[in-house]
Ligand binder design. Structure first.
Ligand code: PMP
Length: 286
């Protein structure tokens, strides 16, 4: 069945939603995005995602074509018309179509392009991978140095996912100056002696919305959180490892670069954090 998508103020069948070849998202990768999860037909973490969207736009001096209440209403309409119970809403805003290709940003009168679409993912919360844990490889972090801005420039993360696929594993963790920055589309953590360790916020990583909530919930559950970078060797010798993202919540990592962590099974802290996160984020879903 054809999806209904949102493009620049209109709800359209997906085949009718068309964007110009001169759109800067297409020719320059000049755009930002957000992905939010839907559980029980409700949007998770909307305040966090909309605040980060606004921040990404501000950093790139890009206008937002809608207000945040309008944006939430668009999410709700798409979830409703596409009958999404569990899944994702993808949102992208680009600097629009200046009518030709030019490196310089266009004048203010060029309107941004805004696109939203849904992806149905039945069974998202009950993902069997969360019970088994996933395997990662490490690869050098060759991305640009403003990873805190959530841009649509996803070529290197795509290359990383392909390297993981070729290696027969699920994902890749990026390493820079000997330390893990983050996963190809998630924030990375280890657990050692009861401490939850994850890299501190900076321009080096995306400020994950799930990360912020999970760290808050961990602290509330009397777990100790330490924000510092760690090495792959440290991760391989940790008691547990996991990652977080809007679409995978909390995901246990059981093998890094071919080395199993402990007994190769998901650890209790990752499992508990996943449980708490799903429970709490459903309570605040809208
Ligand atoms: N880091 C990167 C590079 C990502 O692409 C993502 C997913 N958007 C994350 C971290 C996790 O962020 P969030 O929890 O907001 O999905």
């Amino acid at each position: 069945m054809s999806r209904t998508v949102y493009l620049n103020g209109e709800y359209l069948p997906e085949a009718e939603a068309k964007v110009s070849i001169f759109d800067r998202g297409f020719v320059m990768g000049d755009g930002v995005y957000e992905v939010t999860s839907v559980l029980d037909g409700k949007i998770l973490e909307f305040p966090g995602h909309s605040a980060r969207l606004q921040r990404s736009l501000n950093e790139l001096e890009m206008k937002c074509p809608v207000t945040m209440p309008e944006l939430l209403a668009i999410h709700h309409e798409l979830v409703k018309v596409n009958n999404i119970d569990e899944g994702l809403v993808y949102l992208q805003i680009t600097r629009g179509n200046p009518g030709d290709r030019d490196f310089a940003y266009p004048d203010d009168n060029v309107e941004p392009t805004i696109v939203l679409f849904t992806q149905a993912k039945p069974g998202l919360a009950a993902d069997p991978k969360a019970k088994k844990g996933i395997k990662v490889i490490s690869i050098p972090d060759l991305r640009w140095h403003r990873r805190d801005i959530k841009t649509v420039q996803l070529l290197y993360p795509s290359m990383a996912k392909m390297a993981a696929k070729k290696a027969g594993v699920d994902d890749a963790w990026f390493v820079e100056d000997g330390k893990v920055t983050e996963g190809s589309s998630n924030n990375a953590y280890i657990v050692k002696n009861g401490q939850i360790i994850t890299r501190e916020l900076s321009h080096d990583i995306l400020h994950g919305i799930t990360r912020a909530s999970v760290l808050k919930m961990a602290a509330e559950a009397q777990m100790e959180v330490v924000e510092r970078a760690f090495t792959i060797e440290e991760a391989q010798n940790a008691d547990e490892a996991f990652y977080t993202s809007a679409s995978s919540f909390v995901m246990p990592v059981v093998e890094i670069d071919g080395k199993a962590l402990k007994d190769g099974k998901p650890g209790p802290i990752a499992a508990r954090l996943r449980e708490i996160y799903l429970e709490e984020s459903k309570k605040t879903a809208v």
